[in-house]
Design a protein around this ligand. Structure first.
Ligand code: SIN
Length: 488
């Protein structure tokens, strides 16, 4: 048992890994340190699981499967509901844990815990709505019907930017459907997953049904998950680059996959937009989580008639943002997750300014992992900052003239996760939502994620949908049953 997280985050000792309902060190006793990105301090040490630990977790998830899938949907739902209640009762501790390991401001972390717990509540209810189908029999003396069965043992590989919510979005529908799971959290943020698994056991999730294997060697442990013939499905949230590799690795065992990958969200503001609403939406979409979400506005297209006013007003708001340790009172923008993230932002910004982009506000690394919230104009189309996912608090703005021009620019990307558009013209709003090649479109809204809505992308942003009534489908197989010989 590991109590190093207690001073900063945990009221109860953190476990090292959760395999078969117990706190287990890695078989080779290796550990790795989890550090606070705001301070650089070590806050805990957890098991550095190896492929052999992952295989042990897969085995126990396999053993736990028959009893879990055999329980009634109402039973599974009641357990998920208890898990939800425990999570809400413990929300302050869980929020502090997110801030400590990931850096986001406490208020956002609290929002994340509620968002993540919301998936438990939603799928607790959805479990009882896994309906089958009766098909009119194609021949005399027969019946034909379809049942839905759990896929089986599932693996989840989850990201660091929402260490609680992105895991809950996978485990809640999986368990509701009757699947069992082995989760590998991101190496930067394993603590929220461990805390969630401890609460799951307290809520009555049987040992082995939900296992967490932290590791510092994601490629090797990922391979144990993708190569296993017992694991029937992989759900991954992360970069398109890693998703592509995992997809290829899953081909060997023809696994089902759900992929929530990178984005390059355009944020389009027409001359006729409500500028106050557009600025509020831009602030929320771009600077939430220091710009580290897959659905963050990545590039702004602002129509020429409103462009200068928009830039000026946005820059005023951005310059006033308070940057600091997410645990400190009043912090609005926390640190970036690691040095590589900071280096990427600096590289993209240097490239943009070398091509003539102009800083309206910000632009500086502030020491440690902090970066000044930034607004950039006169950005040359084709700059890396508009073709790559920034994952930092930088808003590059490009002016445009016509609807057709901005549609072409917005769709000129291999990604298709989220897009945003501000206009008060109803016809244009519909034309834009039809034309944008994205899985999710925010019309006059900068935050669109919700437990009740299907989250996911098209093109190289992934496949499958999470959340909503659709999210459980990814964890269910259809079985067609035909019974003959019923004629008298
Ligand atoms: C993500 O960044 O992948 C998810 C963000 C959200 O659910 O809003």
């Amino acid at each position: 048992m590991n109590d190093m997280a207690q001073p900063t985050a945990a009221a109860q000792p953190m476990w090292q890994s959760v395999i078969d309902g117990v706190d287990r060190p890695a078989r080779d006793n290796r550990q790795f340190a989890v550090t606070n990105p705001a301070t650089g301090e070590e806050i805990a040490r957890v098991a550095d699981c190896s492929p052999s630990d992952a295989e042990a977790a897969i085995e126990v998830a396999h053993t736990a499967l028959p009893a879990w899938r055999a329980r009634t949907a109402a039973d599974r739902g009641a357990i998920l509901r208890r898990w939800y209640e425990l999570m809400i009762a413990d929300e302050d501790r869980l929020a502090r844990l997110i801030t400590a390991e990931m850096g986001k401001p406490l208020a956002e972390a609290l929002g994340e815990v509620r968002y993540g717990a919301g998936y438990l509540k939603w799928y607790a209810e959805e479990a009882e709505r896994i309906y089958g189908e009766i098909i009119p029999a194609p021949v005399d003396g027969a019946k034909a019907f379809v049942t839905r069965e759990p896929v089986g043992v599932c693996a989840a590989i989850t990201p660091w930017n929402f260490p609680n919510a992105m895991l809950m979005r996978k485990v809640a529908p999986a368990l509701a459907a009757g699947c069992t799971m082995v989760a590998k959290p991101a190496e930067d943020t394993p603590l929220s997953a461990l805390a969630a698994a401890q609460l799951a056991l307290e809520a009555g999730v049987p040992a082995g049904v939900f296992n967490v294997v932290p590791c510092s060697r994601p490629t090797e442990v990922g391979a144990a998950l993708t190569e296993s013939t017992v694991v029937r499905k992989l759900s991954f949230t992360g970069s398109t680059e890693v998703g592509r590799r995992l997809l290829a690795d899953c081909a060997g065992t023809v696994k089902r996959v759900s992929m929530e990958l990178g984005g390059n969200a355009p944020f389009i503001v027409f001359d006729d937009a409500d500028i106050d609403a557009a600025i509020d939406g831009a602030m929320a979409s771009k600077y939430r989580n220091a710009g580290q979400t897959c659905v963050c506005a990545n590039r702004f297209y602002v129509q020429r008639g409103i462009h200068d006013r928009f830039c000026e007003r946005l820059a005023e708001r951005v310059a006033a943002l308070k940057v600091g340790d997410g645990a400190a009172e009043g912090t609005e923008v926390g640190p970036l997750i690691n040095q590589a993230a900071l280096d990427k932002v600096v590289r993209l910004l240097d490239d943009a300014t070398s091509r003539g982009a102009r800083l309206v506000t910000g632009g500086a690394a502030l020491g440690g992992r902090f970066f000044e919230p930034t607004v950039l104009t006169d950005v040359a189309p084709g700059s890396a900052i508009v073709t790559e996912e920034i994952f930092g608090p930088v808003a590059p703005i490009i002016p445009f003239d016509t609807e057709n021009e901005v549609i072409a620019a917005a769709n000129d990307t291999p990604f298709g996760l989220a897009a945003y558009c501000y206009t008060r013209d109803l016809g244009r709003a519909w034309r834009m939502s039809d034309a944008l090649e994205y899985g999710m479109v925010g019309l006059n809204e900068g935050i669109i994620s919700a437990v009740s809505a299907p989250f996911g992308g098209v093109k190289q942003s992934g496949m499958g949908r999470e959340g909503s009534r659709h999210g459980i489908e990814d964890y269910l197989e259809m079985k067609y049953i035909r019974m003959g010989g019923l004629s008298a």
